[in-house]
Design a binder for this molecule. Structure first.
Ligand SMILES: Nc1ncnc2c1ncn2[C@@H]1O[C@H](COP(=O)(O)OP(=O)(O)OP(=O)(O)O)[C@@H](O)[C@H]1O
Ligand SMILES: [Mg+2]
Length: 273
């Protein structure tokens, strides 16, 4: 495996048994892998520090399953994951806790992913309370306020509740929470699909600015090619649990090789420009 890779994954697989009632419907559905199972079907890639990998594919192709495996929120059936050369898939105990904080996720739905009963300061500061219990309350509040500033919300957000914010602002809160531990890798799963296009574009710009500011590596997952094209340095196209095409953003967008990629691009005539 490449010594300089931030994240390297090899042959990740995760299948779900299809319930009896849906087998019939799933037959002939291209998003369904052979063998009556679905999920992630042999994904490998290597991510260098500072890259933005865009993963694009239609609903049900396995993007969220892959994201959850990468975060170790679900266990793959097989495959390897290494983070800066360390065994991430097999990490346990203190190693697992130390690695966990270095990889964070931004979720699709900024309403569902934030606890409505908690103040924004508590939501954003919670990972600090868990991972850095030695911090004083004042230090934690200061770092939380700083992060709220970094995502374009003032420190005045600290004492307010999620429902007092718009969808775009809530996604900024979610991003602040993801970044408060200063992770190295952020996986954003459909971070703008719940937002209006113009608000979504601002969130993507914010993610890119924060990537530079905090030296992040980004995995940006979307069903939308224009969204992925806005930030990605590399693009992987996912279909039925597999990466069917991977390359630099220019290669994939300007000279797509796989018929599925060509179809995705044809469906968005204004892209690539
Ligand atoms: N917990 C689960 N149990 C059974 N099947 C599941 C489970 N999670 C996902 N699947 C199935 O795995 C496949 C991939 O789902 P996944 O959510 O990863 O797709 P996705 O690409 O994220 O789709 P979307 O664009 O709609 O978010 C789908 O067919 C889905 O129904
Ligand atoms: Mg999904």
């Amino acid at each position: 495996m490449a010594a300089d890779a931030l994240l390297e994954v090899r042959d990740l697989r995760k299948s779900y048994a299809i319930a009896a009632g849906v087998i019939h419907r799933a037959k002939g559905d291209p998003s369904t892998a052979p063998g009556g199972t679905v999920g992630v079907d042999g994904v490998s890639f290597s991510l260098a520090p500072g890259e933005t990998l865009g993963i694009v594919g239609e609903s049900g192709c396995g993007k969220t399953t892959l994201a959850r495996i990468l975060l170790r929120l679900i266990e793959p059936d097989s495959g390897e994951m290494r983070f800066r050369g360390q065994d991430w898939r097999g990490a346990r105990g203190a190693d697992l806790r130390a690695l966990r904080r270095r990889i964070q996720m931004v979720f699709q739905d900024p309403i569902a992913s934030l606890n409505a009963r908690m103040r924004v300061g508590t939501i954003v500061g919670e990972p600090l309370a868990i991972h850095e219990p030695g911090l004083s309350r004042a230090e934690r509040t200061a770092r939380t306020a700083q992060m709220l500033e970094a995502v374009g919300l003032g420190a005045e957000a600290l004492d307010r509740y999620p429902h007092e914010f718009s969808g775009g602002q809530r996604q900024r809160i979610g991003i602040a929470r993801a970044l408060i531990l200063r992770p190295e890798l952020v996986v954003a799963d459909e971070p703008v699909s719940a937002l209006d296009v113009s608000i979504g574009a601002q969130i993507l710009e914010l993610l890119d600015r924060l990537r530079r500011e905090f030296s992040l590596t980004l995995i940006l997952i979307s069903h939308s090619l224009p969204v992925v094209a806005q930030l990605a340095t590399r693009v992987s196209v996912m279909q039925a649990g597999k990466f069917v095409e991977s390359g630099t953003a220019d290669q994939v967008l300007q000279a797509p090789q796989h018929p599925y990629t060509q179809a995705l691009i044809a469906a968005v005539p204004e892209i690539p420009a």
